[in-house]
Ligand binder design. Structure first.
Ligand SMILES: [Zn+2]
Ligand SMILES: [Zn+2]
Length: 237
């Protein structure tokens, strides 16, 4: 152990002493999201839409939503579970809005498992960026936190520099499907050439209609990305 890492682990042990971890859902001591609560999250299984990954009664090349609002640049989306799943919804809310950045450590392995099960192949991980004003307000980008933990597990590089949200957008949840595409059109730009020729994995916490992910994919492809697939914790219904 190096001097620095022993200092860090001593500091972490001190924090655990001051604030002993307990499950944010059921308050069982030990971890921030206990195994019993994690086990209640029902992963999306086959059959599903080949494009957006939404569960369907039969396997299909695309679902009604994808036929009505076809994605332009995104190659595909996969999500861990539907958003209605109680524990996942509550954990994401605490992760994003209650300053519980630490939950990223418990949630990221769900993404890594989903990546492996769906046999996704990426060369670089790119988190969906926040606008700088939102980033300052929250103190961290929840998607970048997830991307960092995943990248460490999968031994892949993370790029948090190239893709930029150049204007503020309204929350997608509050808009109709048609408004969502307009809301994020040209909201993102890819500023560097390092993405060129790469298979990109986009990471976000929730996929609503896929419009945000598609707008990111369009910017990445304009910068030469070979393919852009997305992975999210939750999928809205
Ligand atoms: Zn629990
Ligand atoms: Zn679909």
């Amino acid at each position: 152990m190096t001097m620095m890492s022993s200092v860090v682990s001593a500091y972490n042990a001190f924090l655990d002493f001051l604030y002993p971890p307990e499950c944010v859902i059921c308050h069982t001591p030990g971890t921030f999201l206990c195994a019993d609560c994690l086990a209640t999250i029902e992963p999306i299984t086959e059959p599903k839409c080949a494009v957006c990954g939404y569960p369907l009664p039969h396997s299909d090349a695309s679902c009604p939503q994808c036929r009505r609002y076809p994605v332009e640049a995104l190659d595909g989306v996969r999500s861990v579970a539907l958003f209605h799943s109680g524990v996942l919804r509550e954990a994401i809310h605490k992760f994003k809005y209650e300053n519980m950045e630490i939950l990223g450590k418990s949630l990221a392995p769900l993404l890594t498992t989903c990546y492996t099960i769906n046999q996704m192949k990426a060369q670089v991980i790119v988190p969906v960026p926040l606008h700088t004003s939102r980033h300052k307000q929250r103190g961290y980008n929840q998607s970048a936190v997830l991307a960092d933990y995943m990248a460490a597990e999968l031994n892949l590089p993370v790029d948090t520099v190239s893709l930029v949200r150049q204007r503020r957008t309204k929350p997608q949840m509050s808009l109709s499907a048609a408004q969502r595409q307009l809301n994020v059109a040209d909201a993102f730009v890819c500023r560097t050439g390092t993405i060129s020729g790469k298979a990109v994995l986009l990471i976000d916490d929730v996929c609503t209609t896929g419009a945000t992910l598609d707008a990111c994919a369009a910017a990445l492809k304009r910068a030469g990305a070979l393919s852009v697939n997305a992975l999210t914790l939750a999928r809205a219904e």
